[in-house]
Ligand binder design. Structure first.
Ligand code: SAM
Ligand code: SF4
Ligand code: F3S
Length: 451
């Protein structure tokens, strides 16, 4: 194609900005793997770009307005320059589709999460036919077939790998089933091949991703099989997965914690509320009893496992007693590294029309819960003081004076390493800590000990 050649010859610079979850981050990287083929190079400076891509999130309030606000910023930056090609991707693109092109003429292309395999052709078509285009079909099969052909070029110590997309659970508050479509699991071998390829390019930790990652299902192969298969890749030293649903926390997955040497002991398992009444109203399809069963089983399987979670505060119908139940669940499980949000009514979801509870009460409850979660984090980090822990080293700190890595529990660790430690697991003695970070000194290179 002539235009393809011409585009490749020109200096094309793309600026990609990503909002939202890790799946969006994975997608943004894969979009870049794709547009590289038609000559785009990444830039971290707005002004240098002739293509601006915004990968959006629709999960909470004002998501749409945030996008238009950001476009306003871009407009200002490019006021006295040539307008860049403006592409809106992600969950707001999916939800708003054509509407975005009408409301904001500065936008040229709108592309939903299951249509990224079409991105190169959409860009080329836009230039050829000089028209605005919207692509929002759900076609996960073609998407992953395409991205399987063009390799995942991430050269990071810790890399995301999407194995499953979409959701069939329809929690009453959530937009994901509408923006990401029905559940789809990628073929088993495709994922293993991608993990192997990542490991050849320096990846030491794989974080398997899915909106319902533990619902992964390719024929008889489940997430448990996938973890044990990735475990065999010599250079992969750590495996994580997120985000899970309690309903899909099956016995085979729990058993993996017995058999795997590389699966990390932090389980991110969103519970949303500690009250069965609220869980029912949310259509969560699990009870607190179910949740505690999983907790106890996992703790029995591997006692060092810790839990993190997501909480929604102020869901319609939440009374003091429900909120107290959430607080006592947090006390019982001692969640670390968790997220809590005030309920946000999302258009198109069942909970949208429900009578919301007083904003002030929600705010007070959120503050209480966050204080409790922060306290747990601090208390957990305190236990590491003077301990020697294993850290996977990811990079140098911004000022290049120290090294940054993560503990088995995903906590940031800053210590006195150097460039040659990047990609290795090292022993670090923890000297100081705050809520989010541990600070220490290197003791020994543990890399040789890891299979
Ligand atoms: N699939 C995961 C699960 O089942 O818990 C969650 C995925 S969702 C992308 C991430 C988190 O966003 C949820 O766990 C929930 O706490 C939060 N969330 C989703 N919709 C929300 C809403 N309408 N208001 C506030 N928080 C919301
Ligand atoms: Fe949203 Fe997760 Fe519920 Fe699916 S299971 S609807 S992604 S909160
Ligand atoms: Fe947001 Fe879509 Fe992820 S709504 S949280 S970017 S799945």
């Amino acid at each position: 194609m002539g235009l393809r050649k011409n585009l490749s010859k020109m200096s094309q610079k793309i600026f990609i900005k990503t909002f939202g979850c890790q799946m969006n981050e994975y997608d943004s990287n894969r979009i870049y793997d794709s547009v590289k083929k038609i000559g785009y190079e990444k830039t971290d400076t707005y002004e240098d770009a002739n293509c601006y891509l915004l990968n959006t999130c629709h999960i909470r309030d004002k998501a749409k307005e945030k996008v238009y606000h950001e476009i306003g910023r871009v407009k200002k930056i490019f006021r006295s320059k040539k307008k860049p090609l403006v592409i809106i991707a992600g969950c707001v693109a999916q939800a708003e589709n054509q509407e975005m092109l009408t409301r904001e003429p500065y936008i040229d292309l709108v592309i939903g999460p299951q249509s990224y395999h079409k991105i190169n052709n959409t860009i080329l078509n836009h230039f050829q036919k000089k028209r605005k285009i919207e692509e929002t079909e759900f076609d996960a099969v073609s998407k992953f077939k395409y991205f399987n052909k063009i390799k995942n070029e991430a050269e990071k110590v810790s890399s995301f790998l999407t194995i499953q997309e979409g959701c069939d659970k329809f929690c009453h508050f959530c937009v994901v089933p509408y923006t990401r479509g029905p559940e789809y699991s990628r073929p088993f071998q495709q994922i293993v091949d991608e993990a192997k390829y990542l490991s050849q390019n320096g990846t030491k930790e794989i974080i398997l991703l899915g909106q319902n990652v533990n619902a992964y299902n390719d024929g008889k192969k489940r997430l448990s099989n996938l973890i044990m298969e990735i475990e065999k890749i010599k250079n992969i030293k750590r495996i994580r997965y997120t985000t899970s649903h309690p309903k899909d926390m099956t016995e085979d997955l729990i058993d993996v914690y017995k058999n795997s040497q590389k699966l990390m002991p932090l389980v991110h398992l969103p519970v949303q509320s500690g009250s069965d009444k609220i869980l029912k109203l949310m259509n969560r399809k699990h009870t607190i009893k179910d949740y505690l069963y999983i907790y106890e089983k996992l703790k029995k399987t591997r006692s060092k496992i810790e839990f993190s979670s997501d909480f929604i505060i102020g869901y319609p119908g939440e009374q003091d007693e429900d909120f107290k139940n959430t607080l006592s669940l947090i006390e019982k499980i001692n969640f670390i590294n968790s997220y809590s949000f005030i309920f946000s009514a999302r258009p198109g979801t069942v909970a949208f029309g429900l009578k919301s509870i007083d904003k002030k009460i929600s705010m007070q409850r959120l503050e209480k819960i966050q204080n409790k979660l922060y306290e747990n984090q601090i208390n957990r980090n305190k236990l590491f003081k003077d301990q020697i822990i294993e850290v996977l080293v990811e990079n140098l700190t911004d000022d290049k004076s120290q090294t940054f890595g993560r503990s088995e529990y995903m906590t940031s660790v800053v210590f006195n390493g150097n460039k040659k430690h990047i990609g290795k697991i090292v022993s670090v003695k923890i000297k100081k800590f705050n809520r989010t970070t541990l600070f220490g000194e290197i003791v020994e290179d543990l890399d040789k000990k890891v299979a």
